[in-house]
Design a protein around this ligand. Sequence first.
Ligand code: ME8
Length: 520
Amino acid sequence: MSRSTCYITTPIYYVNDRPHIGHVYTTTICDIWARFQRLIGHDVFFLTGTDEHGQKVEQSARDRGLEPKAWADEISAEFRRIMGLFGLSNDEFIRTTDPDHERQVGVFVKKLLDSGDVYLGTFEGWYDEGQEEYYTETKARDCEYTSPISGRPLVRAKEENYYFRLSAFQERLEALYRDCPGLVRPEARRNEILGRLREGLQDIPISRTNFTWGIPIPGHEEHVIYVWIDALFNYATALGMAEPEGEVHGRRGQYWPASYHVIGKEILWFHAVIWPALLMALELEQPDCIYAHSFWISEGQKMSKSLGNFVDLEQLQGYIETYGRDALRWYLGTNGPLGATDADFSRSHFHEIYTTDLVNTLGNCASRVSAMIGKYCDGACPQDTGECAGGGVEWAEFTAAQVNASTTAMAQFDLAGSAAAAMAIVRKVDAFINDTEPFKLAKDPEQATTVGNILYRCAEAVRIAACLLEAAMPDSIARLQEAWGFDSSTADLATRCQWGGLQAGQSIQKVALFPRVEAT
Ligand code: ME8
């Protein structure tokens, strides 16, 4: 990622259901990436929001005796509230009911109508009037042209719809996939799309006339734009891409195109085929990467309301109360389903990761180092005289390599890899302490210089690891920064991660970052 502006998006979430771990997960991993890029010094725009139109939302509202907008307002506000709970640093929260979005969608669709990429077509088929549903020819034949639900005969019905000329983009999409092998990741998801492209693309209906909760087709108001088309456009309307070149467009347009559209694997088709084709039709630049992660399952099974194993907002809040917000961010960021396989969210695994990584490794190391500096150096950062202190570690080289590895992994959206490179520094500090045994040397006053050299190197290495971990665990690292007197506001990450940042004499206070929690 060489350019200095970055744009990252989450899916916009449906308001027909309450937020749960899936939504928190995708938004959190985007947040970790966004914060990391900001620390590097990049200018980041991080977008999330809610998807509020369509028949399902209309139905959910009616079921509760509410108007769709009132229902959407309620749930959207809840999604916005979770941003606060989980420390999410999005720059904008878009709603598809925002007038700015609605107006721009109209502009985009008008453009597509003018170019002929959207056209009015007729669909004819076997219709079940009771179910308001079309049957394919095969299905109609199988049920002998009679509704299996009502027993009434199917009727021959005709419907006018607007269509997007997806079939016209077949070759251009194939070329795009050939030329940009990193467009869809991970690889398994890319292969899935290549397979589907080989089956051939057909034009898709993009309007409906059987409900009203949506954005009308310009000039043909009884047609409502299909919710998926409306929703995909959010990535462009949030930056004002359909506004006339001017203030809004100019200010936010610089972030276009997206560095990452992060999504779950179930909505890959829309993002990896329809969205690129829409962008081609609108002559807008393609994203760098569409990253489709896999799913969280829970306690070994697919999450479902009936099984009662859904990790809902209340449960997540429970984890925050017991373990802290950073612990949840750490678990989601390092043990989630980022690749092509699903990941299991279980209470025991969460506890184990918290205890191993945060209590026993990072927390213990930071507290051990500051306790020794307190005891042997009166709480003041010792001086490194540069002499050999044993242990055989070239600290400046070693930390520089880890900083490089952590940054490169993050650019590739390998959050676990980035975190592992930072934690490797902490583990090395622990091994160094065990090898050099400063607590034994400290008994001999003649060894004071060596003890100082060892402890400086430990503290400095932990400081560098902390800089790399700040994006994942902003609250805890802020506490360490305060106790050790280094901060993130002054310089970019590369400068801050250079060896030698801690100054001899500065106060290093004892810090307890992650309290031990009893297993439940
Ligand atoms: O699909 N594990 O919204 P949605 C991990 N509005 N992530 C999960 C998950 C799980 N078990 N369950 C859900 C929509 N997610 C559309 C999107 S975008 C233009 C329109 C996450 O509320 C994951 O990111 O159903 C998934 O893609 C998203 O929630 C679906 O949210």
